[in-house]
Design a protein around this ligand. Structure first.
Ligand code: GDP
Length: 305
């Protein structure tokens, strides 16, 4: 698929091509092959632990299967990558969004300023609006100047409704109004934008907790997802941010943005391995359609194209 191919081009051109080059030179199982493999994996940002784990498991599996051709080894690499990705999660979780059985589904977006949170909400709003859902946005980042206006632009682009508040007003009040409206006017989905000023971490986390309390009071099963937005181009920094948010909120899924802007797409695997939270969507560009549900199989196979 074209967007996916283009969006992952940078990663494929470095990570994928290095893997392909390694495989092209593969003659038999020797240590230098696995050393090179580990180095390639670390270079792609899969993280040190993941690189070592993957290469250890591959070593065993390649011997076990008595793989002699590079095509066999490639298959083992793909299998193992997907397997390790899957193992890092729990059985009941899935990549699909968790929708309310009845009434509005409420999805909270959290993440640091600049990661692409507003853009992602716009893309998601468009995606579900196109799918025939009645979508409402809540502009609950009343703190950052311009955040509300920016979300409003996306609401218009996606042709969905939005609830806003005055600058510096209580974000929890915006959330309350939005939840009321979602219930009253039979919206299918409410996407809530939140502030991302990590300089004042305690305040931010208290603010998020207050929003969640209000949402749950109004709709006991909500929020149905808390999606953490991370910027793939920030590499290991994204992981540090994720750990901070995970400490204070129940993050149920990750949206990894700007994968089109990095050659180190292996960060997808690192996130999974270290955070044990599924990557639900990936951002592959700045346009409204540049968002895809994340599929580990498609991702790993795509690397070898
Ligand atoms: P926020 O501060 O987290 O709300 O971030 P914004 O949504 O304003 O996005 C910050 C910048 O990242 C903008 O220039 C966006 O166009 C850009 N951006 C967001 N998502 C993507 C993506 O998937 N790919 C690329 N290349 N740029 C993105």
């Amino acid at each position: 698929e074209q967007l996916y191919d283009q969006g992952l081009a940078k990663t494929r051109h470095t990570f994928g091509e290095r893997l392909n080059a390694l495989l092209a030179n593969f003659r038999h199982v020797d240590e230098s092959f696995f050393d090179d493999l580990e180095e390639t994996l670390i270079g792609a940002d899969v993280g040190f632990d993941m690189a070592v784990k993957l290469s250890d498991e591959l070593r065993d599996e390649v011997k076990l299967q008595n793989a002699k051709k590079s095509a066999d080894v490639q298959n083992v690499i793909v299998e193992k990558m997907v397997e390790i990705y899957d193992q890092a999660g729990s059985q009941e979780e899935s990549n699909a969004l968790n929708f309310a059985k009845e009434g509005p589904t409420v999805i909270l977006f959290v993440g640091v300023n600049g990661v692409g949170k507003t853009t992602t909400i716009g893309k998601m709003a468009n995606r579900y609006h196109q799918a025939g859902k009645k979508v409402l946005l809540a502009a609950a980042d009343t703190f950052r100047a311009g955040a509300t206006e920016q979300l409003d632009v996306w609401a218009k682009r996606a042709d969905v409704d939005i609830v806003t508040g005055k600058p510096q007003s209580d974000p929890a009040a915006v959330v309350f109004d939005a939840v009321q409206k979602a219930k009253r006017d039979d919206y299918d989905i409410l996407f809530v934008d939140t502030a991302g000023r990590l300089q004042n971490k305690v305040n931010l986390m208290n603010e998020l907790a207050k929003m969640k309390r209000i949402i749950t009071r109004e709709i006991p099963t909500a929020p149905h997802e808390v999606l953490l937005v991370l910027d793939a181009t920030t590499g290991q920094n994204a992981l540090t941010q994720a750990k901070l948010f995970k400490e204070s909120t129940d993050v149920t899924g990750i949206v990894l943005t700007k994968l089109d802007g990095t050659a180190r797409g292996g960060i997808v695997l690192a996130i999974r391995n270290e955070l044990h939270v599924p990557v639900k969507f990936i951002g592959l560009g700045e346009q409204i359609g540049d968002l895809r549900p994340f599929d580990p199989n498609e991702f790993v196979y795509g690397l070898f194209k």
